[in-house]
Design a protein around this ligand. Sequence first.
Ligand code: URA
Length: 183
Amino acid sequence: MNISLPLLQTKLKEWKGCALSEKSNPVFGEGNPNATVMFIGEAPGEQEDKLGRPFVGAAGKFLDELLGTIGLQRESVYISNVVKFRPPENRDPTDEEKAQCMPWLKLEIALIKPHVIVPLGRHALGHFLAKTTISEAHGKPFKINDSVTIFPIYHPAAALHNGNLRQALYDDFAALGKFLQSV
Ligand code: URA
């Protein structure tokens, strides 16, 4: 493929193919370009929009902590989002916004070639496994082809609103850590 991650990021900065791009800043993925594991969230929030980086607000701090529980640092994995611009007031992204931004995510995945993709929450999950729900699928591996396994986990922000999910996230990360050791 004749395109690199930095070039893709530059192109995203010029792109106006999603209405959200008029009122917010592009937030491209970041991390290790050779990562085995790729985490995919929903869309940037306020801090991400300000800094132009994924998962740097409260949910990002919790994600960093969760990564640490299985001996990973954010620099060793790749972290991105389905939607590349902040929806106003952090509302859910629409199906149209997700579809408009999807080519960027597909290109990031094609360049990184992760063996394990971790959709964080239902918006990312829906792209990979449309027929299940996050409450059914979280914490379990789904092999979708010879080289890629999908390992869905609740979105870290969900646990910030609903304390009951906090333990589920710790448990799912522990299961992810074990799974990564086995592959
Ligand atoms: N939530 C997301 O889904 N992505 C971010 O980058 C930050 C919060």
